[in-house]
Every structure is written in structure tokens, then in C-alpha cells.
Ligand binder design. Structure first.
Ligand SMILES: Nc1ncnc2c1ncn2[C@@H]1O[C@H](COP(=O)(O)OP(=O)(O)O)[C@@H](O)[C@H]1O
Ligand SMILES: [Mg+2]
Length: 375
């Protein structure tokens, strides 16, 4: 039986070394492929399957087993699956090319070629399926790891901030109270205003942690906030810091622009961004400029706080909103994280753009029912 099959097997075996040499020369393989030795052995294993297929002694399970074994190696070597498919199909066309030169008639050959194609199709199907499965599992594992470490950081942030806040806030409130008392009893005592101002700033910074941990959100009400007034208050509050850093502040604010939201939270956002901007422009020579621009149209209110400080490298721009990302020696890295959270709680968006000349933080609040002044 099957003399044509036997003939073809013998013919292929006879030309095996030419066949392998050609395959090796034309396949894709990276120099640093850690399974480089395996690849040729795998090629031989597939050739073995071809012979068994032709000899009608092949079990389908064997195709699957070999395909999955190779897929696993290929996944570990992290190769491009396209290369693997290419190499396999190169093997297939070589086998068929040799088969055509074997001297068998086309009639004899046809069923054999069908068998060979069937083998390769099955082989590729199992290999690619397995490869995809392994790669997907790998991606899922990575994502899990990322979101776990993100959660860990947030939990840590929560724990840190609540203990931090409680240990600092009570004495601070007492000190602020006593400073008020001193001011009252000794209205002409020097430096009290400065001390008071510094303490207010400290209190503000501590309250940042409250927002970051979300342990205590003040039982505040949303209200209509005119940004012009809000920003004027903040600029006045920060005035000593602008002077100290020798920064020119300018504003252009649409007096109509308003947002429906939590005043203290929005104040905190503006303060954070302005304090960051002061710290940024301090890094460079004068003139140091900060500009606050607010505009509004039917669809949204736009606030843009810009400064002419050093550029934030493009790869960092996304990272600055992550908790604990800081480039400062004494930074906490939570300021912008809190800003983003607050803005998103207000259905708004915050983004940062930066080039050599200007760095801007843009905040947009969509104007829709419930978020803005009723028109
Ligand atoms: N206006 C700005 N110009 C340049 N870099 C900025 C600016 N604002 C923020 N950054 C960068 O973003 C980082 C994170 O800011 P932030 O979350 O407020 O934390 P922190 O101020 O404690 O570092 C800063 O360390 C700084 O590198
Ligand atoms: Mg900051």
C-alpha cells in the first residue's frame, strides 16, 4: 500500500539537508532569540510530523502537542507571531516544492499535498491559538499588577493622610487661635500678620491631605461661584508669595463666568496650581510671569493658568497628575492629583500643556443643567 507515500517520504528525507539549509537561510529569527537552537529542532519535529502524516501514522493530538509546546517557547522568547507564521509557511512551501520535484504524478501527489496542507493548517491553528492565549494571560497579569500597586499607593495615602491630619490639625488650630488672641491684645506686635499668613498656608496644605484621603469631606453645599471673585480672593491671599518670588501676575477673567460647585474645593485647585506655578517660575531668571485667563461660552467655562517657567518634558506631562509624583525635594506629589480629582468630581477636565515658552494648566467645566447657572 501507499507506495507513492513511501516514495515521497524517501525523497524528502534524501533532500533533508538542502531543505534545512534553505529554510535556515530564509527564515526570520532574531539574533538574541533565546530559543535559537530550538527553532531548528522544532523544524525537524514538524518534518517528522509530515513524514508521519504521509505514512498515515499520525495522531491529531501529536500536532496539537507539538504546536502548543512551540507556541510556549515562542511566547517566552517574545517573538512576533508573524515571524513564526512566516517560518512555518516557508517550511510548508518548501515541502510542497520538493514534493513537486519528487517525480510522482500530479494525480498521485494531490492527496499527499492535501494532507500536508491539512497538517500545517492544524499546526498553525493550535500554535497561534495557544500563543494568543499565553500573551493575553501575560497582559492581564501585568494590568492586575499595575492596578494593585496603584491601589496600594492610594491606601497608603489614605492612612498617611488621616493620621497626619489629626496629629497636626489640633495643635495648629490652637496656635492659630492664640495668634488671634495675641493680635487682639497686642495690636502693634510685629510679625504677627506674617505668622498668621504662614499658618493659614500650612492649614491649607494640610487640608489637601484631607481631600486626597477622602476621609472627611466637608458637609458643604454646592453653590454658584463667580470665578472672577474667587480668583481675586486667591490672588490677594497669595500676594505675599508672588512678591517674594518676584512674579508678575496678570488676570483676564470673564466677569460672567461661573461654575456650580464646592467653593473650598475649587479654591484649593486654583491655589495648588498657582503655588506650583510660583515654584516653577522661581527656577528661572526674570521676567517671571503668571497669567490667569477665564472665558466662557454656551458650552463651557474655561480657566487657564499659565506661567513662563521651565518646560515639563512631554513624557512627564501625564505623570504629574499621579499621586506621589513629584520632582521637588520637599514635594508631596499630591497637589495635582487632588486637583484632578476635584475637577473630575465637578464633571470637568484638567490638562497640562508645556513647551519652552509657556506651561499651562487648562480646566474646562461643561455647562449643562445642574452644573452651571440656569440660562
Ligand atoms: N507649573 C508647573 N511647571 C512645571 N512643573 C510643574 C508645574 N506644576 C506641577 N509641576 C510638576 O508636577 C509635579 C507634581 O506637582 P504636585 O502634584 O503639585 O506635587 P508637588 O508640588 O508636591 O511636587 C511637580 O513636582 C512638578 O514637577
Ligand atoms: Mg504642588
Amino acid at each position: 500500500m501507499g507506495s507513492s507515500r513511501e516514495k515521497l517520504i524517501a525523497f524528502l528525507e534524501k533532500h533533508l539537508s538542502d531543505f534545512l539549509a534553505y529554510w535556515r537561510k530564509h527564515m526570520y529569527i532574531a539574533d538574541d532569540d533565546k530559543y535559537i537552537d530550538h527553532v531548528e529542532r522544532n523544524g525537524l519535529s514538524v518534518f517528522q510530523l509530515v513524514k508521519e502524516m504521509l505514512g498515515s501514522t499520525l495522531h491529531l493530538d501529536d500536532i496539537r502537542a507539538l504546536a502548543e509546546k512551540i507556541a510556549k517557547q515562542r511566547a517566552e522568547a517574545n517573538i512576533n507571531i508573524g515571524e513564526f507564521v512566516y517560518n512555518t509557511n516557508l517550511g510548508r512551501s518548501l515541502v510542497i516544492r520538493y514534493a513537486l520535484q519528487s517525480g510522482l504524478s500530479l494525480e498521485e501527489l494531490q492527496p499527499l499535498i492535501d494532507d500536508i496542507n491539512y497538517l500545517f493548517d492544524q499546526f498553525l491553528f493550535y500554535a497561534v491559538t495557544k500563543y494568543t492565549e499565553l500573551k493575553n494571560a501575560e497582559i492581564q497579569e501585568k494590568n492586575l499588577l499595575i492596578s494593585q500597586s496603584h491601589k496600594d499607593r492610594l491606601t497608603l495615602l489614605g492612612q498617611m493622610s488621616s493620621s497626619f491630619v489629626h496629629e497636626f490639625r489640633n495643635p495648629l488650630t490652637a496656635i492659630i487661635g492664640f495668634v488671634q488672641l495675641l493680635k487682639f491684645e497686642h495690636p502693634n506686635l510685629k510679625y504677627l500678620d506674617i505668622i498668621d499668613h504662614e499658618l493659614q498656608q500650612l492649614k491649607f496644605r494640610i487640608s489637601q491631605f484631607l481631600h486626597a484621603s477622602r476621609k472627611e469631606t466637608a458637609e458643604q453645599q454646592k453653590e454658584i461661584i463667580f470665578l472672577e471673585q474667587l480668583l481675586e480672593e486667591i490672588v490677594a491671599f497669595l500676594y505675599p508669595s508672588f512678591i517674594e518670588a518676584d512674579v508678575d501676575v496678570s488676570t483676564s477673567i470673564d466677569p460672567e463666568a461661573s461654575v456650580f460647585g464646592y467653593k473650598d474645593q475649587l479654591k484649593q485647585v486654583c491655589m495648588n496650581i498657582l503655588l506650583n506655578s510660583i515654584e516653577a517660575v522661581k527656577e528661572k531668571e526674570k521676567p517671571r510671569q503668571i497669567h490667569v485667563h477665564v472665558s466662557s461660552n454656551e458650552e463651557e467655562v474655561l480657566m487657564k493658568i499659565s506661567n513662563n517657567g521651565p518646560m515639563i518634558p512631554p513624557e512627564t506631562v501625564q505623570a504629574i497628575f499621579e499621586p506621589f509624583f513629584t520632582t521637588k525635594k520637599l514635594g508631596t506629589g499630591i497637589g495635582l492629583y487632588v486637583c484632578k480629582k476635584i475637577i473630575e468630581d465637578h464633571d470637568g477636565k484638567i490638562m497640562c500643556t508645556s513647551d519652552e515658552k509657556i506651561t499651562s494648566f487648562s480646566i474646562s467645566f461643561p455647562l449643562k443643567k445642574g452644573n452651571s447657572l440656569p440660562v
